[in-house]
Design a protein around this ligand. Structure first.
Ligand SMILES: Cc1cc2nc3c(=O)[nH]c(=O)nc-3n(C[C@H](O)[C@H](O)[C@H](O)COP(=O)(O)OP(=O)(O)OC[C@H]3O[C@@H](n4cnc5c(N)ncnc54)[C@H](O)[C@@H]3O)c2cc1C
Ligand code: FES
Length: 270
């Protein structure tokens, strides 16, 4: 299976979006809404923005963040604060102008009418899956397994319902405070026993994606995974984001990914 919807980074633009809103969801977890994109900005589900968190020299490198949605000129990003870059983005205020490059990277394949697709996402890894679910064609069915540590980290995905396709959200929490008590891959396994899916999309912690891949490969279901490795340039030049394929090739996650064919990843060598 080929990498889907490969996008040349030359399609990326230098952007100066404005902060519209910062919405706190839980401690160190927030939604960042950006506006002021040009008409030519048309991201595909799975693509990301490479954001400079500040106009100062430090931190120098941009930070890659998936686009969770882009609707009516507003981009929404779901961000976990883990270090200096995501902390500075958290401190941004409405009207602040950011420096961004995008949309970058490959996308998930389209969810066609009549297809059933299983999505398995953990933590902020649900962001690109939400983008894929939002683009599902009328008549598609999506089972969306959404795993978080605790109920306070769940963002409302009500905007995915009431559409001309069926999107079923299955929440799981590590501490049992909402939905299934345990991992989202356990829910995925149960669903895979009940239904034949056309494909599985996954994004989140490596161990979670590895499990999602195993579940898919045991049933010979295509798996598309978004690999959120650390990045440097985001443009294919620095080789800071390479990972090894089972054939011993090296792939640049920023331009050959982040969305890749799960069968082309050495899941055990990480
Ligand atoms: C394609 C892509 C899409 C992403 N989408 C999102 C998203 O939607 N929301 C979100 O919150 N994050 C996302 N990330 C991860 C995000 O880019 C990093 O968390 C961010 O760059 C960290 O920057 P920082 O300056 O806050 O932390 P740093 O100060 O740079 O690092 C803090 C700690 O986090 C570790 N770290 C940094 N980046 C990663 C990473 N990618 N994987 C594992 N550990 C890491 C560092 O080793 C360090 O221990 C994405 C990454 C990629 C490659
Ligand atoms: S981040 Fe520089 S080559 Fe991928």
């Amino acid at each position: 299976m080929a990498v889907h919807q490969r996008t040349r980074q030359s399609e990326a633009q230098l952007l100066q979006p404005k902060v519209r809103k910062v919405v706190d969801l839980a401690r160190r977890l927030y939604l960042l809404e950006l506006e002021g994109f040009p008409e030519t900005f048309r991201p595909k589900p799975g693509q990301f923005l490479h954001l400079r968190p500040t106009k100062e020299d430090y931190p120098l490198l941009r930070r890659p963040i998936s686009l969770q949605s882009y609707r009516d000129g507003v981009a929404t990003l779901l961000i976990r604060e883990v270090g200096i870059g995501t902390e500075l983005l958290h401190r941004a205020r409405p009207g602040d102008c950011l420096d961004a490059l995008g949309p970058l990277g490959t996308a998930y394949s389209p969810v066609r009418s009549g297809e059933s697709v299983l999505m398995v996402g953990g933590g902020v890894g649900v962001a690109p899956l939400v983008a894929a679910a939002l683009e599902a064609e009328p008549g598609a069915l999506v089972d969306f397994c959404y795993g978080v540590a605790t109920a306070g980290e769940i963002q409302s995905l009500d905007f995915l319902s009431g559409r001309e396709n069926e999107i079923r959200i299955h929440v799981s929490t590590d501490d049992g405070s909402s939905g299934h008590h345990g991992f989202c891959t356990e829910v995925a396994e149960r669903l895979l026993e009940e239904r034949r899916y056309a494909k599985i999309f996954t994004c989140g912690p490596w161990v979670m994606m590895r499990k999602a891949f195993r579940l898919g490969s045991e049933r010979k279901v295509p798996v598309e995974a978004s690999l959120e490795v650390q990045m440097g340039c985001g443009l294919g030049a620095c080789l800071g984001c390479v990972y090894e394929t089972p054939d011993g090739d090296f792939i640049r996650s920023c331009i050959d990914g982040p969305v890749v064919d799960g069968y082309g990843v050495s899941w055990e060598n990480h």
